[in-house]
Write a protein that binds this ligand. Structure first.
Ligand SMILES: [Zn+2]
Length: 214
């Protein structure tokens, strides 16, 4: 298998691994989708600029890349949402019965700029979702074991670094907990650590990306 598939939500969701190759490459992406009996033309992608903009998308956005955006939400079952990563956190969200879903790109900048909070606020306000009905998937990313940062992060996130290492997922976890989101599934994989399975930007400044889809 060329992907991690935790079977957490009622509908299909996964993160590709290295063997699926570079998902940024359209022809490789198309052939991977074909191998999974999915139509890549149903996919909506985000430009991913490490910002805090959330876009609600619909069927007419299929087969496009949404500009200036790091989080996608839809209530259209026929739409697939995709997020590229190679160390940042891919976050997939399913609400209630699964009709409303989201995909979020969370690096330290997005985390700092409240991309996670912005997404949940829109789910609450525009889709009347109770956070207690939200399930969250946290995909493979650079973890505390490998993520050395500058000490300026201590002020940004009000945390204490250990050996100058930052725990991105712990910060995200705490943010989700303040919303009473209790169903959080973390695949517990470090992209930097596991060279066989994942691309890691920090390891070799790679241009290849993994793709998380919901
Ligand atoms: Zn690691």
């Amino acid at each position: 298998m060329d992907f991690i598939f935790p079977k957490l939500f009622p509908h299909r969701h996964f993160t590709t691994i290295k063997s699926a190759d570079n998902m940024k490459n359209k022809s490789q992406r198309d052939s991977f989708f074909q191998s999974c009996s999915l139509n890549s033309k149903d996919l909506v992608l985000a430009k991913q600029v490490h910002g805090n903009n959330v876009k609600v998308v619909k069927s007419s956005d299929k087969n496009t890349i949404i500009d200036n955006c790091d989080a996608l939400i839809t209530d259209d079952n026929s739409v697939l949402l995709g997020i590229f990563t190679a160390d940042c956190i891919p976050v997939l969200i399913s609400c209630g019965s699964g009709k409303v879903k989201a995909a979020v790109h969370v690096g330290w900048k997005g985390l700092y700029l409240w991309i996670a909070e912005n997404t949940i606020e829109i789910l609450k306000k525009d889709f009347c979702i109770n956070p207690k009905d939200i399930k969250v998937y946290i995909g493979p990313h650079i973890r505390f074991c490998c993520y050395k940062t500058g000490y300026e992060m201590e002020d940004k996130f009000d945390v204490k670094l250990v050996d100058s290492k930052l725990d991105l997922s712990a910060i995200l976890f705490n943010k989700l907990k303040t919303y009473d989101i209790n169903e959080i599934f973390d695949v517990n994989q470090c992209t930097h650590h596991n060279e066989d399975l994942f691309f890691s930007y920090r390891r070799n400044s790679c241009t290849q990306r993994l793709l998380s889809v919901i």
